[in-house]
Design a protein around this ligand. Structure first.
Ligand code: ZN
Length: 457
């Protein structure tokens, strides 16, 4: 009997310890995934039916950070719900949330831009902006930025003028009564705004100044026109950059002649951690790459961009908001390309000459409009999906060849680490790593703006 009792107790102990261990493991895993979810700054989902791409801003104010995250996630979940009920299209449904973040005179401004495509001809756009006084931790509205009592009246006149100009450029119908009402001297008309590199951007939601079909209308009023309207502290612009002092490091590429070459390319950045880790690694490898940057991110991560450029890497354009160019009006295609070139030039002093359209989607009309060299890829690592440096490395090694263009993303640490691991191994095999321009020179291929480049075979 005693023996049996003892046995049961032992069994009970084992069960108990087992149970506790399992609970502990589950708790640790739950905390791990929760933390990972909380700190994720990018999300990419890509399946047969839709793609989702989200950049979450990182805000020090926890409450605001949470509010923004909830706002974006609510929109995302609504999109998924809506799309699930729709029939599958030839082109994918699409959800993109990007942001710009600037700080001027103790005010941190965050402008979230959400674009969704759920059929029809156009994206729907929905913006929201927050302005946080970092001294008082309070959210402020446009009145905080205005200089005097006449400011709003003068701003309203300018807004009316630019809305008209926007609608003309976009060949939209002009409804005077909507414009008068929507731009009238009333703070509630000016809830969505932010500061960009050229001026004050004001966004009017659908139906505020134009017909519903025109969607959201965005105008930018230059700082020079805002004198006496904005307080002087907000007139200097977000970037006072001395880009004349930026000189890219030169190197002699003659020694690479006849060797095997690969052009590594990194999309969707720049970022803070991953871009800088990559740059450190490239330095050790004496390698150079090409960055296809998003216009919406270059101001926020301008130090990474400057550093990449100064190290001799090439900076290309991946457009401003990562939209499918095939689904945009001519005017918005033009804006996506022009605004990116302008934003990049504002920081490094030169405009990009290379364009990588999001999803690789482009047609002859857009090529003509862009007048840039269109660079796609022939090695797609699927790094955003693999999220594992060793798998990404293997994928690169499996497909590497002389003249290859490899697609990666410098918003993920695993992508960057995988690329560097692959480069070290490929270097042993005699490969050198060059920018697109260096590759074209070495392969004596004159880039042709009417063509789409996938590699340099
Ligand atoms: Zn991309």
């Amino acid at each position: 009997m005693m023996n049996r009792k003892y046995k049961l107790t032992k069994m009970g102990k084992i069960l108990f310890i087992g149970l506790v261990t399992i609970i502990c493991i589950i708790t640790i895993l739950a905390i791990y995934f929760f933390m990972k979810k909380e700190t994720a700054t990018n999300i990419i989902i890509n399946n047969e039916k839709y793609s989702i791409k989200i950049d979450y801003p990182v805000v020090e104010n926890k409450k605001l950070s949470k509010e923004i995250r909830n706002y974006i996630d609510t929109q995302k979940n609504e999109f998924i719900k809506e799309v699930k009920e729709l029939e599958t299209l030839e082109t994918k449904y699409d959800f993109i949330s990007s942001f710009s973040q600037t700080t001027m005179d103790n005010i941190t401004s965050i402008h979230i831009k959400i674009f969704s495509f759920i059929g029809g001809n156009h994206y729907m756009r929905e913006d929201i902006s927050y302005h946080l006084n970092t001294n008082s931790n309070e959210i402020v509205d446009l009145s905080y930025f205005l200089d005097n009592e006449t400011s709003l009246t003068r701003l309203s006149k300018l807004a009316k003028y630019y809305v008209n100009k926007y609608l003309e450029a976009n060949k939209s119908q002009i409804e005077d009564f909507l414009i008068d009402e929507g731009t009238s001297v009333n703070l509630s008309n000016y809830q969505i705004f932010s500061f960009n590199d050229t001026g004050l951007e004001i966004v009017f939601p659908p139906y505020q100044v134009a017909s519903w079909a025109d969607g959201e209308i965005s105008i930018t009023i230059s700082y020079s026109e805002l004198e006496g309207i904005l307080k002087p502290a907000f007139l200097k612009g977000i970037n006072v950059i001395d880009h004349d002092s930026l000189t890219p490091k030169k190197r002699n590429i003659d020694e690479f002649k006849g060797s095997k070459l690969i052009a590594f390319t990194f999309d969707d950045g720049p970022s803070n951690g991953p871009t800088n880790r990559l740059l450190d690694g490239l330095n050790e490898l004496d390698a150079r790459v090409t960055f296809f940057v998003l216009g919406s991110r270059v101001n926020t991560y301008q130090n990474s961009l400057k550093r990449a450029y100064e190290m001799g890497n090439q900076i290309g354009s991946h457009t401003y908001n990562h939209l499918n160019l095939l689904k945009l009006s001519d005017y918005n295609v033009y804006k996506e390309i022009r605004d990116t070139n302008r934003a990049v030039k504002n920081i490094i002093g030169v405009e990009p000459t290379l364009l990588r359209p999001p999803y690789g989607n482009i047609n002859d009309d857009i090529k003509k409009e862009a007048n840039m060299d269109v660079i796609l890829w022939d090695v797609d690592t699927l790094d955003w999906k693999l999220k594992n440096r060793y798998k990404i490395k293997d994928e690169i090694l499996k497909h590497a060849h002389d003249g290859a263009i490899v697609l990666l993303h410098d918003i993920y640490m695993e992508s960057v680490e995988g690329a560097l691991l692959a480069m070290w191994e490929l270097k042993e095999e005699g490969y050198n790593f060059v920018t697109i321009d260096e590759m074209a020179k070495l392969k004596e291929s004159s880039l042709d703006k009417s063509k789409t480049i996938h590699n340099f075979k």
